[in-house]
Design a protein around this ligand. Sequence first.
Ligand code: CTP
Length: 373
Amino acid sequence: MNGRKVLLIISGGISAYKSLSLIRLLRKSEITVRVILTKAGKEFVTPLSVSALCGGKVYCDLFDLDDEAEMGHIELSRSADLLVVAPATADLMAKMANGLANDLASTCLLATDKPVLLAPAMNVRMWENAANQRNIQTLINDGSSLVGPNEGDMACGEFGLGRMAEPEEILAAIKASFSSGCLAGKTALVTAGPTYEPIDPVRYLANRSSGKQGYAIAKSLADLGAEVTLVSGPVNITPPSEVHLLQVETAQEMLVAAQKSLPVDIAIFTAAVADWRIDKPNDQKIKKQIGEPIPEMEFIENPDILAIISALPKATRPKLVIGFAAETENLLENAANKLSTKNCDWIIANDISGDVMGGDHNQVALLMGDEPQ
Ligand code: CTP
């Protein structure tokens, strides 16, 4: 990302404070950032804090003689590779959709010849309002891209769609838009790690998966330009900053998270999902009774996430579904069997005999079914 330049426009919303973290993340990724702070934005973050973080001047006024002499608004709007509006308020987006230019931010947005990425942030009712939705559609038709908004609790006390995307997600979208990799513009889902299936509040069933392989694949996909959602069971690895991480514990939670991240172009299932779970986990810790028989547990089958996603109708099924076959014996035979029974497009036969689980090296064979349509 070294040498890339972003013009960040911070408009007036409570989530403006998150844009301070975004500035730090951008600089950490060696992306140069110039900042425009609107009049309303100044009500939420100060020019001093923005300036301290971006390491330069903060641009605020259209008619500031010094600013204009140093760098005119036209040059400001074009000197960056990408304009990012975070938070993008309903008001600023309405101005953009209607071509208004009555302050520095809206003027730069109208004058730019560079791509624009919007991170909307507003109350759920404002987001859903027909006028706002019309403006959003106009902006998309005009070529702007969106990251978020997300669903969740809002500063105003309501719940719903309208929270600004997290700084890490905005950074990922910025990187994806800069990426010239072969997967630029594609979306991907990766499942990784083990699942934990509860027995009681302190015990669970699990396996030795470290998640390393899934995390490395997610990072490679992101490096190639894909927008990646990583659905991860419990692991001890720092996730790559450019992926959207959904943390889960059980197979059932992993299925829900995977379904939620659809539609995607590519789905890769590296997770070592527990095949079975305890039918009725105990509410209280099961006590050991000396001399009594050991407790009996009834298992039921977990959903097969790979098979479920592979069986989706064409409209929602990822175009390329890749499964893994972790085998200690009969590697290719078992892998070929999984390729056909789970109906995925490719399967990666992962030889886990010996000391592979949790290690740094493994050997795989790639089995490809019919060419995905
Ligand atoms: N998988 C899944 N959901 C499950 C079980 C497995 O999505 N409930 C996926 C894994 O992520 C992997 C593939 O299915 O991509 C094969 O998983 P593996 O553990 O090798 O095989 P299983 O189907 O569990 O069969 P077995 O344990 O008998 O080898």
